[in-house]
Design a protein around this ligand. Structure first.
Ligand code: SF4
Length: 187
C-alpha cells in the first residue's frame, strides 16, 4: 500500500476519507473506549490495510481500551489479537481487510458496531449519520432509495460521490478502496 497513515491523523482521515462503516466504529470506540470482537476485526484490519503500522495500531487501541479495562488487561487480553491480525502471532497469517460483501453479510448483535450501516442501521439512524457527513436533499433520497432496494454498495458509492464531488465509476466494493479513492481525490 502506497499510503501510510499515522496515529495523529486518524480522526481527520476518518472525517475526510473513511466510509461510513469505519467512521461509525471509530465514533463508538472513542465513545465507549471499547469495541467487541467483530468490530475489532473489521476496523482493525481496515486500519492495517489503510497503512497503520503495528506499533501505531497497538498504541491506538491501547489508548482507548486502557480507559475502560486498564492497560494491564489490555496488554494481557487484547494486544495479542492485534499482533495476530498483523501476522505476528499464531499461524502468522497476514489477515486481509474485509470486503464490502463480507461486511454486508455480517450479523451484528446487540452492542456490536461492525457491519455495513446501509444494511444494518435503521432508516432514521442512517439518515442522521448521512446528515452528519453533510449529505442531504436529493442525494440523500437517492441513497435511501438504493438502500430500500438492497443496493448497499451503490448507496455507499453515491455517498462517496456526494461527499467528494466526483463520480466513482468503478463503484465501491471494499472499504479500503473507498479510502484510497478518497485519498486520490483529496491529495
Ligand atoms: Fe463500508 Fe462497504 Fe458498507 Fe460502504 S458499502 S459502508 S465501505 S461495508
Amino acid at each position: 500500500d502506497a499510503v501510510e497513515i499515522s496515529l495523529k491523523d486518524i480522526d481527520q482521515l476518518a472525517k475526510s476519507s473513511f466510509p461510513l462503516c469505519m467512521r461509525h466504529m471509530l465514533d463508538k470506540l472513542r465513545e465507549n473506549h471499547h469495541l467487541k470482537h467483530g468490530g475489532r476485526m473489521q476496523f482493525g484490519l481496515f486500519l492495517k490495510g489503510a497503512g497503520l503500522k503495528l506499533e501505531d495500531a497497538l498504541a491506538f487501541w491501547r489508548a482507548e481500551f486502557s480507559q475502560k479495562v486498564g492497560s494491564e488487561r489490555f496488554d494481557k487480553e487484547y494486544a495479542y489479537s492485534i499482533r495476530h491480525n498483523y501476522g505476528k502471532e499464531g499461524k502468522r497469517t497476514d489477515y486481509t481487510p474485509y470486503s464490502c460483501q463480507k461486511i454486508i453479510s455480517a450479523t451484528p448483535g446487540v452492542g456490536d458496531h461492525h457491519g455495513c450501516p446501509y444494511r444494518h442501521f435503521g432508516d432514521e439512524n442512517l439518515r442522521a449519520a448521512l446528515n452528519k457527513m453533510g449529505v442531504g436533499g436529493h442525494a440523500l433520497e437517492e441513497i435511501m432509495d438504493k438502500v430500500k432496494n438492497r443496493h448497499y454498495q451503490l448507496a455507499c458509492t453515491l455517498t462517496f460521490e456526494a461527499t467528494h464531488g466526483v463520480s466513482c465509476d468503478s463503484g465501491i466494493n471494499h472499504p479500503n478502496q473507498y479510502f484510497s479513492e478518497s485519498q486520490k481525490v483529496l491529495r
